[in-house]
Design a protein around this ligand. Structure first.
Ligand code: NI
Length: 202
């Protein structure tokens, strides 16, 4: 990135913010900013009780994700230019997203994925992921391509979540019509949601 944003101003964008629909660019140069960004994104992810967060969710169009699919709070993983090399199996599980707080729906995903990414030290790693980690990889890479998990729900679930999506759209319209930026005016996730940390809210 040519110009680095102030990290303390970053907030998690909520659907239907149009920045969530942009395809993120490859990261060409790994610098110290990414380490600071990882720290800030981990902070935002923890505050919101999530297991993953993509840079597009904080308004940065770069291929950068943090995730922590483990129960240990200090085990955050940071990946640069992540890609899925292969997918195996299918599994239907309930999923959520920090950009749609409080909304959950069943989504079909590959059960296992083989992935590749760069680490902040520049090293390239390849690994297998399954369970919650596999789901988080697929969910976060969708974000980097401008996708949201609600794009992937089946027709029956779509009817169930329709009114919740409309409520997000109405909140966004109201926040956007106020002075200031939409994301800083967006309401925080309800307190009851913050305790549901082990779901794939990413
Ligand atoms: Ni998400």
């Amino acid at each position: 990135m040519s110009k680095h944003p102030k990290l303390e101003t970053l907030r998690i964008l909520h659907y239907p913010d149009p920045r969530l629909r942009e395809r993120a660019a490859e990261i060409r140069a790994i610098d110290g900013f990414l380490q600071e960004l990882a720290h800030r994104m981990d902070e935002l992810m923890k505050e919101a009780g999530g297991v993953g967060l993509a840079a597009t969710q904080v308004g940065l169009g770069i291929r950068f994700i943090v995730m922590n699919p483990t129960p240990e709070p200090d085990k955050v993983q940071t990946y640069i230019n992540p890609v899925i090399l292969s997918r195996e199996g299918k599994v239907m599980e309930e999923e959520g997203c920090l950009s749609l707080p409080g909304l959950f729906a069943k989504v079909r995903r590959a059960e296992r994925v083989r992935v590749r990414a760069q680490l902040p030290n520049g090293e390239t790693v390849e690994m297998e992921a399954d369970g919650l980690a596999a789901r988080a990889w697929q969910h976060e890479i969708d974000h980097l391509d401008g996708g949201l998990f609600v794009d992937r729900v089946g027709p029956a679930a779509r009817i169930i979540i329709r009114n919740q999506l409309k409520a997000f759209e109405e909140d966004f319209r109201q926040a956007s019509s106020h002075v200031g930026t939409a994301e800083s005016d967006a309401p925080p996730a309800p307190a009851s949601e913050k305790t549901r940390t082990r779901k794939a809210r990413t």
